[in-house]
Design a binder for this molecule. Sequence first.
Ligand code: GAF
Length: 403
Amino acid sequence: MTGRAPQEGGARDAARALFVDLTGREPDGLWSAPGRVNLIGEHTDYNDGFVLPFAIPQRTVAAVGRREDDRIRVRSTFAADAVEVGIGELDDLFPTREGQEPGVPEWAAYPLGVAWALRQATDSPGPLPGGVDIAIASDVPVGAGLSSSAAIEGATASALDALWDTGLDGAALARIGRRAENEAVGAPTGIMDQMASMLGEPDAAIFLDCRSLETRVVPLPVAASGLAILVMDTHVKHAHSTGGYRERRASCELGARIMGVPALRDLSVADLPRAQERMDDVTFRRVRHIVTENQRVLDTVRLLDERGVRAIGDLLVASHASMRDDFEISTPELDTAVDAALAAGALGARMTGGGFGGAAIAVVEQEAVGTVSQAVNAAFAAAGFATPLLFPVTPSAGAHRDA
Ligand code: GAF
């Protein structure tokens, strides 16, 4: 049996109710943005490489209304208290200095960071944009590697773009979200999650070149192919503002420096023997993951185009092995989920997202969802791990106005 999927749509009512509770009136509008699953292409985004994520049905909703003054107040279901600052004070709060905590509670640094980054991007000597109240609720599981943070950023950026009339497109708002994440929250992430959350489309993945930011919508007709993509949330929480993610990024930058290229994107599989001669074993394995993963993304896109979803299983499995053995970002729980799903007949499986916890995915025949789920649950029980949360996802729409 699969677990209960995180509720879809509940966040809309919750955000509206929270806004009414905060302000005593109805919001001017509701804007939402989804979490994402990355089908393949992990840690390649900050190496100028290729990724292939899709948006999931679970969304974060921002209920937003204008204020008479120039203050900005945020409230969310993540915390008991609202946080309020003057819009003019955002420049004193951010950027957050490296190694320091944001000057506001971390959850509030996401929406306030978006407001700050949006002001910076559209900086003009004119008057401050009008104040706003923002109430946020989410259906995206937090800390599961499904980009709950990009969903907050996308919902807030879409709302402020509309109310402040900044007229930015989805890719520009994704860059605003990333800047908030990097410079307000202090997590050194790439652009993948924000682009997936802003630009996702139903029944499709988004192929993104993280250097040019060019995108291509790649059909991913999971249900029409008789398949399901099962998310297996291990409940091991991860955070990207800490340790491992930063270290991996530093290793990649070191590898690129040693090879004399601007980014690991500029190396191909044929360069790997030369790389191995020049660097220590750990750095080399980090480099090998990125270089082979970029190639796997390109191969996945080609196979999806030519042969459909059923053909990509082996690439997902190879991607997981590379993350487990070379990049070393998997965990025993993620490996157990992937191995158990494959042993029970999944066509392919891999951890998804930044790693060090979070979720894995499995591509399974629709009629095998129950069997695969039972096998994963049994493997977790046998290993003494907490029961995972298992639920199918379909590729879904990106950020939009809901009401
Ligand atoms: C996290 C980051 F936010 C992304 O930018 C990306 O690097 C991912 O980990 C790994 O592929 O989700």
